[in-house]
Write a new protein. Structure first.
Length: 63
């Protein structure tokens, strides 16, 4: 039975992908998902920005 906290020997382990493969995949995924995240953020902030602009123009018109 292995001892808890003992060093694990990973010298014989080989993976079917490299670090550059993982980075490329993550970069590609962010390229696809990023615009949707930006759209969701924009839709969340749009009412606040519109009301801010209306309040600025409302104050300027009342002067």
């Amino acid at each position: 039975m292995p001892v808890l906290g003992a060093a694990i020997d990973l010298s014989g382990l080989s993976l079917p992908f490299t670090v550059s493969d993982v980075i490329g995949s993550v970069n590609s995924l962010l390229g696809w998902v990023g615009p949707f995240v930006l759209l969701a953020i924009a839709l969340g902030f749009a009412p606040k920005i519109i009301s801010f602009i209306k309040s600025i123009f409302g104050r300027a018109a009342s002067r």
